[in-house]
Ligand binder design. Sequence first.
Ligand SMILES: Cc1ncc(COP(=O)(O)O)c(C=O)c1O
Length: 419
Amino acid sequence: MKKSPESTTLVFLSMTSQRLSSVPASPIRKLVPYATAAKKAGVKVYHFNIGDPDIKTPEVMLQVLRDWDRNPVGYSQSQGEPSLLESLKIYYHGLGAIFLDTSHLQVTIGGSEAISWALFAVADPGDEIIVFEPFYANYNTYAAVNGVQLVPIPTNLSDGFHLPAQSVIEGKITKKTKAILYCNPNNPTGTVYSKSEIETLVALAKKHGLFLLSDEVYREFTYDGARQVSLLSFMQEIPEHAIVLDSLSKRYSVCGARIGALISLNQDIMAGVLRIGQGRLSAGLIDQLMAAKLTKVPVSYFQEVHDEYEKRRDVLYEGLRHIPGVTIPKPEGAFYAIVGLPVEDAEHFCQWLLTDFRDPSPSADGSGQAETVMVAPAAGFYATPGKGKNEVRIAYVLSIPDIIRCIDILTKALNAYHP
Ligand SMILES: Cc1ncc(COP(=O)(O)O)c(C=O)c1O
């Protein structure tokens, strides 16, 4: 008997692993088809949903592409291209971690690969890793791929999503707990943890023999004169347990170059991740040679980028906090904010923005083009069912005029939204 297309699909689905079905869709990307449909219909969609910086990549990195003359384009070394490892070492020494040498560094394909490998390296299937929710949604992906259980500890909008007391964290540690994974400065909350918060985590790692995984891809993005307290400063205190996860994506606006790093003094970890690296051969040669120029990026580049993001943060915060029913703690770093909205179901609201809400452009050209805004429903950044239901995550990687326009659209949309 001939199978209908539906039954073929069913047979195919039943053949896949259970792990595959446990991998969630990204809350940041899952509404993309609605945005695509809106754009096809001629609507301008402002992307307030994804942290893909609009700031220019440093010229010195782009010049590598312009000057490219290697033929063929071969593999690189599995640990990383020597010139990039050397540049990374210089960069970390500049942060004070002069005890690091290149044997403590593993180049990865983005911070994403560093995080996924770290989970694989510290936990077996069924083991637990503590995270603070809301957390970077893709941690769910890496955990599902590695069969690891994330154990979320809530943090709250009312106190700027800072960490709970040591006893609360300790209460979640079980025999299966292998690590604490945190992100500082934080995506999605914009929180920058204080020195004493990091000290608490270090103390817990020491006391319970846990790995401490610190995702520091937004290290330089801290505002109001604050500075990030890196786990690098505590690495010698817990040499076997500290792992720093890093990325060049945001720091140098090179998301498309896919370069990150895993840093640890633990020799077993480094030898193990190198074996994984050998299995995937190498990170991209072109990407790494671009990235190796990081030591040549002028200091002024960082200052300008930093100042621009801080101004954007101010515009966003001031603009949103005056909208009735909207709650936003002042983001302290990174380029994200979790925003509470006066709606019951933020996911429905986010979808409705893309499918139904249109505001004519006020632009001087008089085109009156229909416009809307895309934001990410925050529930996907929580592991606890029901949490974050009335929240969205905003990424302020747009120019200041565009941020102002987005706030205008959101204000009008909230007034017009009657589900
Ligand atoms: C907190 C955090 N960690 C890691 C990453 C991974 O970035 P990449 O793989 O581009 O380095 C991101 C990207 O948005 C992020 O926000």
